[in-house]
Design a protein around this ligand. Structure first.
Ligand SMILES: NC(=O)c1ccc[n+]([C@@H]2O[C@H](COP(=O)([O-])OP(=O)(O)OC[C@H]3O[C@@H](n4cnc5c(N)ncnc54)[C@H](O)[C@@H]3O)[C@@H](O)[C@H]2O)c1
Ligand SMILES: O=C(O)C(=O)C[C@]1(C(=O)O)C=C[C@@H](O)C=C1
Length: 302
């Protein structure tokens, strides 16, 4: 049996439109309704026929939903939920896809008192945004972390888990605070480093912009891809996962200082040992089959 039969997606950018495309393929009988605050996005979703209905307000979009998924930037979650609170059916489950979880759970709890809220985070994405950037296979073989609130109804949690399994994801359960610490080091800090290094390279006086572009091969090119990620999304992630990110950043800068010192003092053995350890970590990731096939994974899929 399908976990849900009437799904509403609020926010139809990269993630919302990818969910819509994946639901169409995996659960074609599900009635899909969409709403986005941006009229141009609604028009595109209509033109691409990603949903059965595109509503003009979020209240109208949720009116007969059994699952509502918020796919808006994390800083907009509270306002987006408050907008449809009055129209939400009492037995509907509300979920989200936000990249930070503890703060989002708090604002959703405030905006939707008494509602069944089961937050989730598909750990899959690209640097692109908007409904044209989405693709159906985005969640295939990727983790979806569910962060149920204490005392959540196990049947509701299982329905959300089954929804994501049908979109191809593997499920993990975590407490929201633990999620935020894990993602701070595996996703948020790497984005901060990419934003920094690309800014640093472009600010150098003795290296021209055209040289930076011309010689952006290998490692630096990967950083530029990540640094092209959506500014609104990432501003909100850093502001809503502040403590965990600042803690990881502190540890990172201590480790960076240790490497800086090893270079200055010519401690080749220390550098070699460190790089060997990190190479083993990369090999472990590949052995577990969790490596991206290519940095532009999925771009041509639909
Ligand atoms: N991009 C990624 O790699 C990725 C991966 C996993 C999770 N996420 C999370 O998914 C969410 C969406 O990210 P995205 O990459 O799809 O962003 P996106 O910019 O592609 O889409 C967001 C959409 O939300 C709409 N929106 C904003 N405020 C709204 C509101 N109040 N009501 C209705 N619509 C509103 C925007 O118009 C936009 O179309 C974020 O919370 C992000 O943290 C992103
Ligand atoms: O591959 C990318 O471009 C991503 O940034 C995806 C990525 C990540 O850091 O892994 C980004 C944010 C999400 O919340 C989940 C996935």
């Amino acid at each position: 049996m399908l976990p849900f039969s009437r799904v509403t997606i609020i926010g139809l950018g990269l993630i919302g439109s990818s969910i819509a495309r994946a639901v169409r393929l995996a659960m074609p009988t599900v009635r899909l309704t969409g709403y986005d605050a941006d009229p141009q996005v609604r028009e595109t979703v209509d033109r691409l026929q990603l949903c059965d209905d595109v509503a003009d307000s979020s209240g109208a979009a949720v009116i007969d939903a059994d699952l509502v998924i918020l796919c808006v930037p994390v800083g907009a979650m509270g306002a987006a939920a408050a907008e449809f609170a009055q129209d939400l059916p009492a037995d509907a489950i509300v979920s989200d896809v936000g990249s930070s979880k503890a703060e989002v759970a708090r604002v959703l709890g405030e905006a939707l008192p008494g509602a069944i809220v089961i937050p989730a985070h598909p750990v899959a994405g690209t640097e692109r945004s908007g409904p044209d950037a989405g693709f159906a296979s985005l969640f295939h073989k990727r983790w979806c972390i569910i962060t149920p609130p204490e005392g959540a109804n196990p049947a509701a949690v299982e329905r959300v888990a089954e929804f994501w399994r049908r979109l191809g994801a593997d499920i993990e359960m975590m407490a929201p605070e633990h999620h935020d610490r894990v993602l701070a080091v595996t996703s948020h800090l790497p984005h901060l480093i990419a934003y920094t290094i690309v800014g640093t390279a472009s600010d150098l006086e003795e290296v021209t912009q055209s040289e930076v572009i011309k010689y952006s091969a290998g490692g630096f090119r990967d950083f530029t891809r990540i640094a092209a990620s959506d500014p609104t999304m990432w501003r909100d992630v850093f502001l809503t996962n502040k403590d965990a990110v600042l803690d990881m950043l502190q540890r990172f800068s201590e480790d960076l200082t240790a490497l800086q010192r090893a270079i200055r003092l010519g401690k080749g053995d220390d550098l070699f040992e460190h790089f060997t350890r990190t190479r083993d970590i990369r090999r472990g990731i590949i052995e577990q089959g969790q490596d991206d096939p290519a940095p532009d994974f999925g771009r041509t899929h639909d």
